[in-house]
Write a protein that binds this ligand. Structure first.
Ligand SMILES: Cc1cc2nc3c(=O)[nH]c(=O)nc-3n(C[C@H](O)[C@H](O)[C@H](O)COP(=O)(O)O)c2cc1C
Length: 451
């Protein structure tokens, strides 16, 4: 596959490329579908545009938000998104992705209360409404670096993931450890509620601990093998969080429906499908979450950003050239999410990963809603680049093409090197110095460095 740069000056050029590739993308005539309200569990949000979780590696040492964290979220609230799905917030010290990952504890609860209130206030002041705030509760698992050095806690030995992140048998989490973690998710839900979030996400995507258990075919014991065992931790963590639920607080999940690596090491692939997406188990999981856990809201995503980066977030290729056209990645993402959505009516389902499409991300997201492939879209890198994208779409009908994300990958480099993360291109005054530091340190990194 050659380097693929985004080069579509008109919608016609983009459509011609999708036809050449033999794929189809939902592209609406206008963005009205995105600007329409959406309702779930007795709440109505102003629009179908939300911000995707984006780790910023800018917490204070105790895991509470810094001025820089607050700046990011205040800008996002002012930008008019109806929902902010917060970045991964660690629920235990040993599962932290780095020394500056946010972590919510009883000790820093007051700081989080002020944080959520300031973000709501910023939204109200700028737009007349506060965004719906979801805390993403996470254990980084294989990607834990509590001292900014790898300290993996894994579900099972994984030859694909270990090409990029070494681990050995001593890193395998015991059943006892996983059992205790279920309670930790319950505590995290209560803390999230006290901290002023509207919901907690029991995160199960992108190769982190709960996600990787979904493909633990080869793990013995209570948490591996059968579908029931592989989904046990996720379901029990949800059950532990559920008592926190009430009219003002919801339990949700961001689920990875496809890992992009072959059976028996990937979820959302079957023994027969090689590494292709197979909807059977994702559909079963989402259906069971709807029926058994009364889920009314979910976000779906794909891939492991450390290994199958192009699956999670299609990008303009640079030094790492994936074996796939980015538009093919976008088509897989929305096709897979749409397949699950259509097989499991009921819950409001947000889709992920529109940013590669730049100034067409808005028409694409509106098209996905119009065609019933999702109910709303979470914007990730786009929101780093242009936190006002939602207000632009509602006010002007389209996103400002001069402010869109260029999917250059610099925010990914920053997060992997545990530096404060944001858009180097659109907010150079803050993030360029950190990026320069990264470039200096990069020489010392292994050639296959992806986090
Ligand atoms: C710098 C960076 C940080 C991210 N942090 C998180 C995170 O904390 N939790 C999560 O679920 N996804 C995270 N993601 C993935 C995004 O939420 C999103 O799924 C991905 O970027 C694709 O969406 P986009 O095309 O709109 O950027 C991160 C992505 C990037 C680039």
């Amino acid at each position: 596959m050659a380097h693929e740069k985004f080069r579509y000056r008109t919608l016609e050029e983009l459509t011609a490329e999708t036809e050449r590739l033999g794929i189809s993308l939902p592209l609406a005539e206008d963005t009205k579908a995105l600007a329409a309200p959406v309702s779930f569990a007795g709440r109505t949000l102003q629009s179908r545009m939300g911000i995707a979780p984006m780790e910023g590696a800018d917490s204070l040492p105790d895991g509470s938000p810094s001025e820089l964290t607050l700046r990011r979220y205040v800008r996002e609230a002012e930008g008019g998104s109806a929902l902010i799905w917060f970045e991964a917030i660690s629920i235990v010290e040993e599962g932290r992705s780095g020394m500056t990952q946010l972590m919510l504890t009883e000790r820093n609860l007051d700081a989080y209360k002020r944080f959520t209130e300031q973000i709501r206030e910023a939204g109200r002041k700028a737009n007349g409404y506060a965004p719906f705030l979801i805390m993403q509760a996470n254990h980084s698992g294989r990607y834990s670096n509590p001292q900014n050095r790898p300290a993996p806690i894994i579900a099972y030995r994984h030859p694909e993931y270990e090409k990029f992140r070494a681990a050995d048998d001593s890193c395998i989490a015991s059943d006892d450890y996983l059992k205790k973690l279920e309670e930790q998710f319950g505590k995290a839900a209560l803390l999230a509620k006290e901290a002023g979030f509207d919901a907690v996400d029991i995160k199960a995507c992108h190769g982190y601990l709960l996600a990787v258990l979904l493909s633990a075919y080869t793990r013995p014991g209570l948490y591996g093998g059968s579908f029931e065992n592989r989904t046990r931790l996720l379901k029990n963590a949800i059950a532990a969080a559920k008592p926190a639920e009430d009219d003002a607080f919801l339990v949700t999940a961001r689920i990875g429906i496809y890992d992009g690596v072959p059976y028996p090491y990937g979820f959302g692939v079957s023994p027969e499908s090689g590494a292709d997406f197979d909807a059977a188990e994702p559909v079963r999981l989402v259906r069971e979450l709807r029926d058994e856990s009364d889920f009314s809201l979910l976000d779906l995503t794909m891939g492991n950003p450390y290994v199958t980066t192009h699956v999670t977030r299609p990008f303009d290729s640079g030094k790492y050239v994936p074996d796939e056209h980015p538009l093919t990645g976008i088509a897989r993402m929305i096709g897979g999410i749409g397949a699950v959505k259509q097989a499991v009516p009921g819950p409001v389902i947000y889709a992920s990963a529109p940013s590669y499409l730049r100034q067409y991300a808005d028409l694409y997201s509106a098209g996905a809603v119009e065609q019933g492939l999702c109910d709303g879209m979470l914007f990730g890198r786009m929101a780093f680049a242009d936190p006002d994208y939602a207000n632009e779409i509602v006010r002007d009908g389209r996103v400002n093409p001069g402010r869109v994300c260029l999917t250059c990958g610099k925010c990914g480099d920053l997060i992997r090197s545990h530096k404060p993360t944001g858009c180097v291109v659109r907010s150079p005054e803050i993030y360029l110095p950190y990026y320069r530091e990264f470039l200096k340190e990069k020489e010392a990194l292994p050639a296959n460095f992806r986090g």
